[in-house]
Design a protein around this ligand. Sequence first.
Ligand code: OAD
Length: 250
Amino acid sequence: MSTYDELIERAASEILNSKNTVALTGAGISVESGIATFRGAGGLWEKYDPEEYAHIAKLRSNPERAWILFKEMIETIRKGEPNPAHVALAKLEDMGLLSVIITQNVDNLHQDAGSKHVIEFHGNTLNLSCMECGKKYLASEISLDEIPPLCACNGVLRPDAVLFGEAIPFDELVESRKAAETCDLMLVIGTTALVQPAASMPLIAAENGAKIIEINPEESALTYIADIFIKGRSARVLSDILRKVEEKVG
Ligand code: OAD
């Protein structure tokens, strides 16, 4: 069995040898920014049943209740800042070593860290739109003292995140599939890989010959396809990989 340092060394070499590296990120990468995951102990779905709070049908029938969850998410996300894992991915992109991040997260932290090419597979909670007239707002310009927040036309606002019962936005799905099909290395970071179709992206990549490097403190549903599994928190692991890559580049 390889030691942690050997795995970091191998991951750095794979990134440097790859012609097209793509990352798939999940809630775990934002844990060290103070944002809870969805599943597991302390996860959001332990506190809020997603079928009751995060389903499009329930948002329509009971917006007051759905907005208890959205308000908590928006307030937590707005306090969060990018952590060293987000920063490491942004640096790899800057160095020409990472082409795109497919993120399941709705917290904008990859962009805040400086990543330029980010596919928001599940949308972004900090953008709101009116369910009646479609007018767009930033969450930062809307008071959440009273929920649900309303549009100037009196329609209920919603976050532009993909809710249960909704499809993945078409362009994001097509772009992600293309990235998965064409990459030769995929970094899978901080996801249980239980939600489809996001969890299919590493399978598509592997079927097309890409190597998979997974970073997670726990095994996921996709660990069995990982060529390299680095057990650990993403802030430390990605910082160590970046340092090793920088050392090798000189
Ligand atoms: P989950 O909450 O399912 O999984 C979080 C993962 O992060 C787990 O595998 C943890 O082991 C891992 N983790 C925890 N701490 C970590 C750390 N410090 N560093 C790295 N990893 C860590 O989150 P997702 O897989 O992202 O969808 O969930 C996928 C989708 O399910 C979400 O996008 C959301 C949810 O329903 C929608 O809201 C549409």
